[in-house]
Design a protein around this ligand. Structure first.
Ligand code: GLN
Length: 322
């Protein structure tokens, strides 16, 4: 009802105001120079329920790039294009316990394939498997899927793309390692270009909330009932988000928040809250998607205030899937 909505809005406004103070505990990513231009005090959240009920608060209008959140999308698209079993033969689904851009674990553990598609080594492998000779061909199905979910075609932030491309020594090192070990399926330069571009697609927190909503619904568009992502693939995506979505802070996030979510170094987080069976009057019991933006990051590369805000809301509204 209108009254509940007002009441929820009040809560979320208060929580955002409170956690905005926590942004000073973190720092904006600097290894991609352009990302450093973000305002560290920004914090915003958008929650979209199945019924269409929406609660938005804080800095809701600021565009930012997907960064690592794109890894979920590219994995989904690769599964849709190449099949699930093909993909699972080429990237594992195990948390690595290492930083997102770790190269060490690849060599140290003599792995048969990258640990999972949400760390850079796995994501770059996925970008090499996407069909298409040029990066723009490979990105097309990613844009098409996003367009279906968002209702508009998002755009590439060229400045971020160029900045990432020009400061990509470590990702190139990972790429060369993958090339040497035979994990990479196609040309390294096209693969890296695809990866940098997918990371530089620009969105808002409302967009992330919509993506989260579709995943929460096992891939179904809540309005039309249309299957946008096959159920099996949507489920695997959520498993990966839960076990690997917060890099080497994923276990803590699962413990304290308990919902499938994926972060990116620009400060975005997408979360999918599936429907819960509950008698009491918690909001969003039929599931919701959440988008968060807060560019000040903690030491694992996740939005520091964003995670604390999510944790607070998840505990207040009983969002944990466990
Ligand atoms: N584009 C970034 C990188 O590859 C994405 C990493 C992230 O968001 N954690 O370094």
């Amino acid at each position: 009802t209108g009254q509940t909505q007002e009441w929820l809005q009040q809560y979320v406004d208060d929580w955002v105001a409170f956690y905005r103070k926590h942004t000073s505990d973190g720092e904006v990513a600097s290894y991609i120079p352009v990302l450093q231009q973000a305002d560290p005090d920004d914090l915003g959240i958008s929650i979209i329920g199945k019924s269409g009920m929406t609660v938005r608060s804080g800095d809701t209008e600021i565009p930012f790039t997907l960064q690592s959140i794109s890894k979920v999308i590219s994995f989904i698209v690769a599964c849709m294009e190449r099949g699930v079993s093909y993909m699972l033969n080429r990237v594992d689904v195990e948390p690595s316990g290492e930083a997102f851009n770790s190269i060490m674990h690849l060599e140290m553990h003599q792995v048969e394939k990258p640990f999972n598609p949400l760390i850079n080594a796995g994501a770059i492998t996925v970008s090499s498997i996407l069909p298409g000779k040029t990066s723009d061909h490979r990105l097309e199905p990613i844009y098409l899927l996003l367009e279906q979910i968002l209702g508009y075609r998002p755009e590439l932030n060229v400045e971020v793309y160029e900045s990432e491309r020009d400061s990509s020594m470590r990702n190139r090192a990972i790429g060369y390692y993958l090339l040497e070990t035979g994990f990479l399926e196609s040309d390294l330069n096209v693969t890296l270009e695809t990866y940098f571009k997918q990371c530089s697609i620009e969105v808002t927190i409302d967009d992330l909330a919509r993506i989260g909503m579709v995943l929460a619904n096992d891939g179904m568009d809540t309005k039309t009932g249309e299957e946008i992502i096959p159920r099996q693939i949507a489920r695997i995506a959520k498993v990966l988000m839960l076990t690997c979505g917060m890099y080497d802070a994923s276990g803590k996030f699962a413990t304290y928040v308990g919902i499938p979510a994926k972060s990116g170094v620009s400060g975005g987080i997408v979360a999918a809250v599936p429907p819960r069976v509950r008698e009491e009057t918690m909001p969003f019991t039929d599931g919701c998607g959440i988008g968060v933006y807060g560019p000040a990051l903690g030491d694992k590369g996740n939005s520091i205030a964003g995670i604390r805000l999510l944790r607070h809301i998840a505990n207040q509204w009983d969002f944990s899937i466990f």
